[in-house]
Design a protein around this ligand. Structure first.
Ligand code: HEC
Length: 124
């Protein structure tokens, strides 16, 4: 039996398999970050965290590992490095992902999460 995909089907599979972050719009994410995250988080290089940790370079960084003083013990113990999939889960419900997490905020809309994650990926 022939199982090779037609070129069109292969393209479709590739599009579906693209990671969530790639679907986001970093420019929209920058604007959304300002209105939704910046109340608690800075992303400016070298700036101390405020109510939450500084998010510059957060992708690839181990959760709870910046010099922020007020992490929950649960997030520090979580121990995994942030990637697009984990951030998507975190922003859907921090305390659902890490019981005891102190971030009282979530983004129910997938498009908002994708845009902000795409923006975070540009802030290295
Ligand atoms: C009401 C304040 C508040 C808002 C708004 C908020 N956060 Fe947070 N965030 C926190 C706090 C507090 C923590 C630390 C949580 C802990 O230690 O359990 C945190 C932690 C994080 C972390 C983990 C960072 C690390 O160093 O491990 C990420 C990622 C994050 N927030 C992303 C976001 C994004 C993106 C937004 C906007 C969509 C946002 N947060 C909005 C307060 C906030």
């Amino acid at each position: 039996m022939k199982t090779l995909l037609t070129p069109a089907a292969a393209l479709l599979v590739a599009a579906i398999a693209t990671p969530a972050a790639a679907a986001g719009d970093a420019t929209k994410g920058a604007a959304a970050f300002k209105t939704k995250c910046q109340i608690c988080h800075t992303i400016a290089a070298g700036q101390k965290g405020m109510i939450g940790p500084n998010l510059r370079g957060v992708i690839g960084r181990k959760a709870g590992s910046s010099d922020f003083a007020m992490y929950s013990p649960q997030l520090k113990a979580f121990g995994k490095p942030w990637n697009a999939a984990l951030l998507d889960q975190w922003l859907t419900g921090p305390a659902k992902m890490v019981p005891g997490a102190r971030m009282a905020f979530m983004l129910p809309a997938k498009a908002d999460r994708d845009d902000i994650i795409a923006y975070l990926a540009t802030q290295k």
